[in-house]
Design a protein around this ligand. Structure first.
Ligand code: E4P
Ligand code: PEP
Length: 338
């Protein structure tokens, strides 16, 4: 069961609901979104029904939700959400370009990559300081030193930053630098991490597990929402299939399917999907055409020297075409580029 509070509901109104639910032996999870507060209830639905929750002050609606995910479900929130990251919108009216280096390597490389991102029209800067690598011998990221570089370059270029956090214990530290926390494909079902980012007070980009179903992905989003954070953006980044020509197989269908099931924005990562520079622009066109609310793209000033994922990074020569796609495609779908 889900309670949607009216925009005018006060903190006392919300407390009253939480306490009433407690008297019926239930648990209430309060999630505050940009536009309204939603309370997810766990417990005996019949006992909740006896509480006349719909008649309580500040309550707009009480809903029984049939999907296993409730707070992120579109069933209780028919309007699609817009999430703001440092003031930059990600939602149904816009197509947001997020770009930057896969990994923060040096201040100079990060600055050059941020300038490339900006030249292509990006309004958010991506970059990893904690890198989830297959090999323990591969570059693991600069850690806090990388966060410092990213934050400095973000400030210098005026781009809010999106960066990955891999461990629940690092969430407060990463959140103190980041405008948006990223949960990577390898951690989509790290439930302790999901709960920690749910409490961090920052928007979250949740990648789809490389072998995860859409329902599993939305259940992971529900973990974040249940801890009080509805500012979640879903990111389709390609899934594992039998195909070996590409690094992963971009599941374009996941965008409309997830958007139908959930009110959360959905973006595509064409870099990690294809894993090849020559596929990034075609997959970006596909992303916008299928209705993605944004794209997140790797760029690098010298990909041949990159410490992570060089083959999929766009270079200077690609920026003009990326900027043109971002300028021309969104208006065809009634959206503006952000
Ligand atoms: C990139 O952002 C990831 O850290 C990278 O794709 C991990 O892959 P790899 O370690 O197998 O190269
Ligand atoms: C990334 O975007 O830096 C990343 C590690 O992506 P994914 O989790 O999708 O592999």
């Amino acid at each position: 069961m889900v309670i949607v509070m009216a925009p005018t509901a006060t903190a006392e109104d919300i407390e009253e609901i939480v306490s009433l639910v407690g008297t019926a032996g239930g648990e209430a999870f309060v999630s505050r979104g940009v536009s309204r507060t939603i309370i997810g209830l766990i417990g005996d639905v019949e006992r909740f029904a006896a509480l006349n929750l719909g008649g309580q002050r500040g309550v707009a609606e009480v809903m029984r939700v049939s999907t296993p995910f409730k707070l992120v479900s579109r069933e209780n929130h028919p309007e699609r959400s817009t999430i703001r990251v440092g003031g930059v919108p990600i939602g149904p009216d816009t197509v947001t370009l997020i770009a930057g280096p896969c990994a923060v390597e040096t201040p100079q490389q990060t600055l050059e990559a941020a300038e490339m991102a900006k030249a292509a029209g990006a309004t958010l800067l991506r970059g990893g300081a904690y890198k989830p690598r297959t090999s323990p011998y591969a570059f693991q990221g600069l850690g806090e030193a990388g966060l410092r570089i990213l934050a400095e370059i973000g400030e210098r270029t005026g781009l809010p930053i999106v960066t990955e956090v891999m461990d629940a214990r690092d969430v407060p530290l990463v959140a103190s630098y980041a405008d948006m926390l990223q949960v990577g494909t390898r951690n989509t079902q790290n439930f302790a991490l999901l709960q920690a980012v749910g409490k961090a007070g920052k928007p979250v980009m949740l990648k789809r597990g490389m072998s995860g179903t859409i329902e599993e992905w939305l259940m992971s989003a529900e973990y974040i929402a249940q801890r009080g954070n509805l500012d979640i953006v879903l990111c389709e980044r390609g899934i594992r299939t039998f195909e070996t020509a590409t690094r992963n197989t971009l599941d374009v269908s996941a965008v409309p399917v997830a958007q139908r099931l959930s009110h959360l924005p959905v973006v595509i990562d064409p870099s990690h999907s294809g894993g090849r520079r020559d596929l990034v622009l075609p997959l970006t066109r596909a992303a916008i055409a299928v209705g993605a609310d944004g794209v997140i793209i790797d760029v690098h000033p010298h990909p041949e020297q990159a410490l992570c994922d060089g083959p999929q990074a766009l270079v200077d020569a690609d920026l003009h075409d990326l900027a043109e796609i971002m300028r021309l495609f969104p208006p065809l779908l009634g959206r503006t580029q952000v």
